[in-house]
Design a protein around this ligand. Structure first.
Ligand SMILES: NC(=O)c1ccc[n+]([C@@H]2O[C@H](COP(=O)([O-])OP(=O)(O)OC[C@H]3O[C@@H](n4cnc5c(N)ncnc54)[C@H](O)[C@@H]3O)[C@@H](O)[C@H]2O)c1
Length: 465
């Protein structure tokens, strides 16, 4: 998030020094390498690196040269589920020790309510003068995969500041976006988000801004778990979740986005932010039971998917499975809390032989997955060659555009279990697949026993278990 924010701040006209204490990351960036897979990031780095965007490990010097210091370090979960704020604390102390004139210190990391009070407190204790800084909250809503577009074309910019001086500096920083000036420039990054131009800026107290971020992520995760729960009912009664989503999503109060049933949410944000928000609520004396349920529906979704695989394949031991997707979502190489990885690990434990393909995340996945029982392919078709079934675990656009006859010819058996609903059951039936997805009727071979290499005469649709 910090790298994307830094590159985008440079893109809208600021002088940016991007600091990390990971020397290897900074060295990569200084060599012109791009450490993460993110659309438009290579273009922005090529455009600004070494000019209005520099990379360094020297935090004191960067702080002295800056009017605003954005903290974008990680805030992972502790073993108790609350946010580990030790990185935020460490950076705040380092910043405090070098503050000479007025600066704003801005939490861009996702943090629990009251963090700004703690940041202020440790900075005062570490010698920063009370009038030499303000602490603000400026939560970031970008999504991995479309992070640059989301930053430059946000639905809204939220700024939490408790003094007018601080709020006004933040307004100035975002002015190229909120005035619309950026969008009139030449060679700008195109709008792929469909967000309003110019974006509105919402100025709140720091506490409200901190809560806005946690509440937003909790709401979005709730939407995902809600539709997954409805998908499960669809499976039980033989209704179609796609039709149901259309029917409810066209209600403007509900909206179509995030009504995507599947194997559940993952990634570095939702799982940890839900736990942290639930933990913050508990500390305030409120038991946020709804969030507990959202998390348990999410976990159940993975277990249900594994049951679908079992029901498609009968026994799992020794089965050769092609797996499409390892990243937690399409468009990124991020594998943190990826449902795909959890499912792959379970299948390996069951004795399956996995051939995996992901357009960007295979290298990272190989670092954390067991080395036995899994190999990595260079394309979906290579992974599918000779496999007993194909599983779709990540919503990469290319997995929705597979050449179905080619895929069928590659597989030993034409079985596809789609955890992301990327294909149309009727299409899969027409192409002779046995196809199982989420919240929709399975496409099954009902007419005669399955023969090798997809020599199945007819496929019809029906309910699975
Ligand atoms: N990833 C997202 O899509 C996203 C979106 C919105 C908000 N956020 C929030 O942003 C924060 C960062 O997330 P991320 O995914 O970018 O994490 P990350 O782990 O990828 O990046 C954090 C960086 O901070 C560096 N760091 C840690 N301690 C440091 C220190 N003392 N000095 C200098 N650098 C230090 C790390 O080396 C690392 O490069 C989290 O709070 C997250 O919830 C992330």
């Amino acid at each position: 998030m910090g790298l994307v924010a830094a590159a985008c701040f440079a893109e809208i006209g600021h002088q940016v020094i991007s600091i990390d204490n990971d020397q290897e990351k900074i060295a990569m960036l200084n060599r012109g390498e791009v450490p993460i897979h993110e659309e438009f990031l290579p273009e922005l780095l090529a455009r600004h690196s070494g000019k209005d965007l520099t990379f360094s490990t020297d935090l004191p010097q960067a702080v002295r040269q800056s009017q605003a210091v954005f903290i974008a370090v990680g805030t992972p979960s502790t073993e108790h589920g609350d946010a580990d704020l030790s990185y935020v604390e460490q950076v705040s102390r380092e910043v405090a020790s070098v503050i000479d004139d007025y600066k704003i210190v801005v939490e861009k990391s996702t943090v629990p309510v009251f963090t700004s009070n703690w940041v202020r407190r440790v900075m005062l204790l570490d010698g920063a003068g009370a009038d030499s800084f303000d602490v603000a909250s400026n939560p970031e809503f970008l999504r991995e995969g479309t992070a640059v577009g989301d930053f430059l074309y946000p639905d809204r910019i939220v700024v939490g500041a408790d003094t007018e001086r601080c709020a006004s500096l933040l307004r100035q920083i975002y002015e190229p976006l909120t005035s619309g000036a950026y969008y009139k420039g030449k060679n700008i990054i195109p709008n792929t988000t469909g967000a309003p131009i110019p974006p509105p800026i919402i100025v709140t107290s720091t506490k409200s801004a901190e809560l806005i971020k946690h509440a937003s992520n909790a709401f979005l995760a709730t939407k995902i778990s809600f539709i997954n729960a409805v998908a499960n009912i669809c499976e039980a009664v033989g209704a179609d979740i796609k039709e149901v989503c259309e029917g409810i999503g066209t209600d403007s109060r509900i909206g179509r986005r995030f009504l995507n049933p599947g194997i559940g949410y993952g990634g570095s944000c939702f799982p940890k932010d839900l736990k942290a928000f639930s933990s913050v609520a508990r500390e305030t004396g409120y038991e946020f039971r709804l969030l507990q349920e959202v998390m348990s529906i999410n976990a159940e979704q993975r277990a249900r998917f594994l049951r679908k695989v079992r029901s498609a394949l009968w026994t799992l031991k020794g089965k050769k499975l092609a797996v499409l997707g390892l990243a937690f979502k399409g468009g990124t190489d991020d594998i943190r809390e990826s449902p795909a990885l959890e499912i792959v690990k379970s299948l390996l434990k069951e004795g399956c032989e996995i051939r995996a393909y992901d357009p960007a995340a295979a290298e990272r996945a190989a670092e954390v997955l067991p080395s036995q029982g899994i190999s990595y392919s260079k394309s979906a078709y290579e992974a599918a060659t000779g496999a007993d079934a194909l599983l779709i675990l990540t919503d990469w656009p290319e997995f929705a555009k597979l050449d179905l006859p080619k895929l069928k010819a590659a597989l030993t058996y034409p079985i596809v279990v789609d955890g992301r609903n990327l294909h149309d059951p009727a299409d899969m039936a027409a192409n002779g697949f046995i196809y199982s997805s989420v919240g929709r009727a399975d496409v099954q071979a009902l007419t005669r026993p399955l023969q090798k290499n997809g020599k199945l005469a007819a496929a019809t649709t029906g309910k699975a278990e």
